[in-house]
Design a protein around this ligand. Structure first.
Ligand SMILES: *Cc1c(COP(=O)(O)O)cnc(C)c1O
Length: 423
């Protein structure tokens, strides 16, 4: 199937659904409704839909709490004391890591700070951070305040790499050149792996290699990358990464975040982390010995005992990801995104262009539509028709077909609505 053979018809979209081996997974999710009909939900990049198994697993956990009280730490079906271990293999497969390099813990902005406490250790000479211009606000604030914490000026220490004039995405060569130019003043490169606004997927391997060449470290915020694009963090030699689980990972609002730390750093004696009892080895944790000794895995970045109910929702969703696997998911994601792009490009009467890279290697499943006019009106008209996308000031509509629960027919219906709609 290539763009040349695509057709903008309902029958064609239905035929793609019939051939789709993941089609039935849609049945495993609650699709919100409007006027008794399922909406066209293209907002998985913002909040993923709820697996139907979540409430069942949640009830089992409540039952265990009711039945065991405090003993649930050891006697629950999935003992709470070691609950996070249920995720290490699954998460490691999703991000391309060893199980000991990942942990589900805290939330994203918190993890960004914790990882910067470990991996942003500036000196007078080497203190700069490279980030992307237009990064998600929370990432900007985290970086800004870390710089201040260490006694530097954000205006001096933070280097933002921006798109060129009249462009929306960042040229890879500009990023690599900025790293080389910063040279031995550079402490850290910290980027969104997939930019939340444009959907641009950076070449994390190349960026990491470039950072290492000048003696800096490379870390990534994978909020829009995990569960969306293929990742090989260990092999790419990425130093650290973190993510949230309520977007593509469907683990519910405020879902538990995650951390990756490359194993070369985990046991390195110079690696500092802030201490909490949950970061120590499980076998001695409850003896509460004096003196903080971190566990010899990424689990050592945990601080508190985790929110188990939050993790149950994570469990429900990762079960599904584990069954499908990232290879099949990505394959469908590429096809869906290409079909959506084909349909959108046929719409000539609305003043938008797609600013997401057209090369599938440089994007996940999100397409960002940049409107020169009337974008908000189009967004509101879509909402009224039961199409859930999202609006980003000043003039962008983001939409993301999620391969686990969107259908090709969803995409055709969106096209049909846009096609008929007039100002
Ligand atoms: C969604 C998102 C966040 C949100 O952070 P929380 O701490 O989970 O609220 C931060 N950064 C990026 C890049 C995001 O996409």
């Amino acid at each position: 199937m290539t763009a040349a053979t695509y057709e903008a018809t309902k029958e064609y979209a239905e035929s793609l659904d019939r051939e789709d081996s993941l089609f039935l997974y849609r049945e495993r999710f609650h699709i919100p409704q409007k006027d008794g009909e399922p909406v066209i939900y293209l907002c998985g990049h913002s909040l993923g839909l709820q697996p139907k198994s979540t409430s069942y697993l949640m009830q089992l956990e409540l039952d265990d709490w009711a039945k065991h009280g405090v003993e649930g730490h050891w006697k629950a079906r999935n003992p709470w004391a070691s609950y996070q271990q249920l995720f290490t293999t699954r998460l490691s497969k999703m991000v391309g890591a060893q199980p000991t390099e990942v942990v589900a813990a805290h939330s994203l902005s918190v993890n960004l700070h914790l990882l910067m406490m470990s991996f942003y250790r500036p000196t007078k000479q080497r203190y700069k951070i490279i980030m992307e211009n237009g990064a998600f606000s929370s990432d900007q604030y985290a970086i800004e305040t870390q710089v201040i914490l260490h006694g530097f000026l954000p205006s001096d220490a933070i280097i933002e790499v921006a798109p060129r004039k009249d462009e929306h995405t960042i040229q890879e060569e500009d990023l690599l050149l900025a790293i080389e130019t910063a040279g031995d003043s550079l402490a850290l490169v910290l980027l969104g792996g997939v930019n939340y606004y444009t959907g641009q997927f950076f070449n994390l391997k190349k960026v990491t290699t470039a950072a290492h060449q000048v003696g800096a470290l490379a870390g990534f915020d994978l909020a829009h990358a995990i569960g969306n694009v293929p990742l090989q963090l260990h092999d790419w030699d990425v130093d650290f990464a973190c993510w949230c689980s309520y977007k593509y990972l469907n683990s519910g609002p405020g879902g538990v975040g995650g951390i990756f730390v490359h194993d070369k750093h985990i046991t390195h004696p110079d690696t500092f982390r802030l201490g909490g009892w949950w970061g120590t080895n499980e076998s001695t944790r409850f003896n509460m010995p004096k003196g903080y000794v971190p566990d010899s895995s990424a689990a050592s970045w945990q601080l508190s005992s985790p929110s188990i109910l939050n993790m149950v929702a994570h469990h429900a969703s990762l079960d599904i990801f584990d069954k499908v696997g990232m290879v099949a998911l990505r394959e469908k994601s590429i096809r869906m995104t290409a079909y959506l792009e084909f349909l959108l490009k046929k719409i000539k009467h609305l003043p938008f262009r797609i600013i997401t890279p057209s090369n599938p290697e440089s994007r996940g499943n999100q397409l960002s539509l940049w409107f020169s006019d009337n974008g908000k009106a189009v967004f509101e008209a879509l909402l009224a028709e039961g199409v859930i996308v999202d609006w980003r000031e000043p003039n962008v509509i983001r939409m993301a077909p999620a391969p686990l629960y969107n259908s090709f027919e969803d995409l055709f219906r969106l096209y049909d609505i846009l096609n008929k709609w007039r100002f």
